[in-house]
Design a protein around this ligand. Structure first.
Ligand code: SAM
Length: 255
């Protein structure tokens, strides 16, 4: 293994291995019908009418959220550092004729121009950021004045007894349960900044330091969770409903 191979390479490699089966696992692929509608309702509540705004979907993976944002009416760029994930996202864009621009890059340093997006969205990225404070400062710079950030994430470790029990009972099966993959995941989880779980309060404090204001945290995601649970088995669905998940919205003040 080359000596400069680091945790970022491991994270990228892990997700590249997950790419082929990512959409098939409930809660990742967004099912048409009630689940997609629940996400669209959330967007309407959080960001209002699309009004032709531009959005950067950071760590877009297979492009599920990118396509949701596109279908909502936004002009979308999706960024990810895994070529395997991006290949699926790009094929989806061809199949759906969405014309979404998908680019390769690191969410902590995108190389996109400052003040170039009205919105930045990411789902399930923050918990594996290696240097979140630097990333948040960068996202603040990428937004136009008056722009907003939406962080959709969760403390996937689940702290209380019920959450832990349900997580154990609904532990992965299928391709995700591959022992090598699970070891890789565990080795990454232990070494990332939020190795104790990404709590919303901690992220809010860091967003303030990065310059964001008017920050709100939504932890009632019951419409989305219930719709997702409907596509899962009983135990996994229950685990989803009680899991700690949140959406943080933060603003860059207009000048
Ligand atoms: C759990 S998946 C989520 C994908 C997508 N956001 C979704 O919700 O469907 C995590 C994704 O984050 C990407 N990722 C993690 N850290 C990243 C970084 N620093 N820069 C770019 N992509 C990153 C991975 O390659 C993977 O595609």
């Amino acid at each position: 293994m080359p000596t400069n191979y680091d945790i970022r390479d491991e994270i990228r490699e892990y997700w590249s291995l997950r790419a082929p089966t990512f959409d098939a696992s409930p809660g990742h692929g967004i099912r048409e019908g009630d689940e997609k509608q629940a996400w669209l309702n959330m967007l309407e509540r959080q960001i209002g009418a699309p009004q032709g705004r531009t959005v950067l979907d950071l760590a877009c993976g297979t492009g599920e959220i990118s396509h949701l944002l596109h279908d909502y009416g936004l002009k979308v760029t999706g960024l990810d550092w895994s070529d395997a994930m991006l290949a699926i996202a790009r094929q989806k864009a061809i199949d759906r004729n969405s014309g979404i621009r998908f680019i390769t890059g690191d969410a902590e340093n995108t190389r996109e121009p400052d003040a170039s997006y009205d919105l930045i969205v990411n789902r399930h990225l923050v918990w594996t950021l290696v240097d979140p404070q630097t990333a948040f400062r960068h996202w603040f710079a990428l937004l136009k004045p008056g722009g907003s950030l939406l962080v959709i994430d969760g403390g996937f470790g689940g702290k209380n007894l019920l959450q832990r029990l349900l997580r154990w009972l609904s532990r992965p099966t299928g391709p995700q349960a591959d022992p090598a993959l699970m070891t890789l995941h565990e080795n990454i989880r232990k070494r990332v900044y939020f190795n104790n779980g990404a709590r919303a309060e901690q992220i809010v404090d860091m967003l303030k330091i990065a310059g964001f204001s008017d920050i709100s945290v939504q932890t009632n995601l019951s419409e989305i969770k219930k719709a997702q649970a409907g596509h899962m088995g009983f135990i996994k669905g229950l685990e989803r409903v009680v899991s700690y998940r949140y959406i943080i919205q933060a603003q860059k003040k207009p000048t």
